[in-house]
Design a protein. Structure first.
Length: 574
């Protein structure tokens, strides 16, 4: 693929796939102008989707590959949990057995490192999925599937484990604070992690008892000898003492924390002033500066004043993790309060809120945020004007607009680029001028047919079929009925060539890892499953049933069912 039109492919894919992200953030989004299915129809589709999921779950034991069983089973658990928790838990036990067996092998040859990475990722994905429903179940899964090594853990995997534990703690802290506390303590056993403070932040905001318990554990660990000799530990302690203060945390414990800084300073002689050439000078300056604001908690801080510059102001008055946490939770009022508390960060917070609303398609909210927070008249007018351009929908294909499209089309150097460009424009016009949209799709199809039969042509045909289905045109399924047999042929050929250019198979089955050209084509099709499912679910299921390899067929059925449960796709935000 040439560089000249890669950006066009990215643009088209962005238009299609951005709607998935938008739905996740769009609780109060602008009204959708696309026609929607009625409630009865949606309810019937959901029932069909759950039946299909149950069918997939029932076939898991027929798979030879532990990776495929775990991958498909983990997805089934995620989709079935709220509908049939007992069934989901029974599938989860099977997933746990497969992942534990692989990660706790007594011996693991070096050549199996790729398999190890795959199962570590499956473990992480499964834990994150369970955490949405049951924090304790996720914690138990984490413990049960903990990897086993013949000797010390490899450092990269140890870091991954720390990150996984912290991520889980953050997710479950609101509903399962005791589990978050346990996870925080497990992380603390292996040292100080900056991300640990994000867990502490969440717990102190919502569960005072568990938050203060973790805060005390951290302070107690900071008492260990030589802690302040390590710069990573120093930075962690500095963030802690400046970001968590009473009444957010227990005053007595906070006083102990401040005392650790002071005692360290006194021990190395910071009560006296000595030349900058002395190797202790930088440490004294750092210790004094870190707690200069906390003199009310330890009167000895007054003895450290010679080490604080006259124009000193605390370098760290908040935690960036704290800010990211608030955005992750969409805690609007707390973000506004944060911006007021930290005026130096106000503009960044406000712009990020505006961007978040704009990117999700919630233009009304973005407009209100601009009017509220952007005080400079010129800047406010510019941002509102840009928002109006984004918000405006193409209401008709004017002669001027079509002439512009023709001109831009002629400037593109390759047929592939022209086809992708036409697909993007067809998608834009589809919401208001179907006639023009279908004309552009026809042009793109004509160009695609002239291309050399290869991966790029197949990608374009899949995209064309998806767009026709999105516009409720029967040609989409007609195209797919000729594409699926071709994909079956490609899969068969790839399986025979397994190991020559890439590894398509594992344990005799397709490995679902998007390896190679054929794997990426199947992944593309998987990503677009919702467009086919919502066009005609029964027909889409029948079409997916034509995949010859059982594991690919099961994954296709899984994706169709999940697409229905996720809700109908929307036209991408421009």
């Amino acid at each position: 693929m040439t560089h000249s039109h890669r950006w066009l492919i990215a643009l088209v894919l962005g238009l299609f796939l951005s709607s998935t992200l938008a739905r996740a953030q769009q609780d109060k989004a602008a009204p959708d102008k696309e026609p929607t299915a009625d409630k009865a129809e949606v309810a019937a589709l959901r029932e069909k989707a759950f039946k299909l999921l149950d069918s997939v779950a029932g076939q898991l034991s027929t798979l030879q590959s532990a990776e495929n069983r775990a991958r498909i089973g983990s997805n089934v658990v995620n989709s079935l949990w709220e509908h049939d928790e007992d069934r989901a838990r029974s599938v989860l036990r099977l997933v746990q057995d497969d992942i534990r067996t692989e990660l706790q092998k007594a011996e693991r040859p070096l050549r199996e490192r790729g398999t190890l990475d795959v199962f570590l990722r499956l473990r992480q994905d499964t834990i994150e999925r369970i955490a949405k429903f049951d924090g304790e179940a996720a914690f138990e899964f984490l413990k049960a599937t903990e990897p086993v090594f013949d000797g010390p853990w490899p450092e990269p995997i140890l870091e991954q484990e720390q990150t996984l534990q912290i991520g889980l703690a953050r997710k479950v802290a609101a509903k399962d604070p005791d589990i978050a506390l346990k996870l925080g303590r497990r992380t603390l056993e292996r040292g100080f992690s900056a991300e640990l403070q994000t867990v502490l932040f969440r717990l102190t905001r919502t569960h005072e008892l568990q938050g203060n318990a973790l805060f005390k554990d951290i302070v107690d660990k900071l008492r260990e000898p030589e802690v302040f000799r390590n710069w990573n530990n120093r930075y962690f302690a500095q963030m802690l003492v400046q970001s968590f203060k009473p009444p957010v945390v227990n005053e007595s414990t906070y006083r102990d924390l401040v005392g650790l800084f002071v005692s360290e300073a006194v021990q190395i002689g910071c009560s006296n002033k000595f030349p900058d050439e002395d190797e202790r000078a930088n440490l004294c300056r750092w210790l004094a500066g870190s707690i200069y604001h906390a003199e009310r908690y330890d009167s000895r801080i007054a003895r450290l004043k010679p080490w604080v510059d006259g124009d000193y102001s605390p370098a760290i008055s908040f935690s960036y993790q704290e800010l990211d946490q608030l955005f992750e939770e969409s805690a609007f009022e707390e973000l506004v309060e944060f911006a007021e508390k930290h005026p130096e960060m106000g503009e960044i917070v406000h712009l990020r809120l505006i961007y978040q609303a704009t990117n999700s398609g919630d233009y009304d909210r973005a407009r209100k945020l601009i009017e509220r927070f952007v005080t400079q008249p010129d800047r406010r007018s510019e941002m509102l004007a840009d928002l109006e351009k984004r918000d405006s929908r193409i209401t008709a294909a004017t002669d001027e607009e079509l002439a512009k499209i023709r001109a831009e089309l002629e400037e593109l150097p390759t047929d592939e680029g022209r086809a992708w460009f036409l697909l993007g424009k067809a998608h834009q016009f589809g919401g208001s001028d179907k006639k023009v949209a279908f004309k552009l799709l026809g042009q793109a199809a004509g160009i695609t047919d002239t291309l050399k039969p290869a991966k790029e042509q197949m990608r374009l045909r899949i995209m064309l079929a998806m767009l026709y289905c999105f516009e409720k045109n029967d040609r989409g399924f007609a195209m797919m009925e000729s594409i699926v047999p071709k994909l079956n042929e490609l899969v068969e050929i790839a399986a025979k060539l397994d190991g020559y250019d890439t590894n398509y198979l594992r344990d005799g089955e397709w490995n679902m890892s998007a390896n190679g050209s054929v794997g990426s084509l199947l992944t593309d099709l998987s990503n677009y499953a919702g467009y086919f499912a919502w066009s005609d679910f029964d027909r889409a299921v029948t079409l997916a049933s034509q995949f010859e390899r059982p594991e690919i067929r099961m994954m296709a059925h899984l994706k169709l069912a999940q697409s229905i449960l996720a809700g109908p796709p929307k036209r991408g935000v421009r």
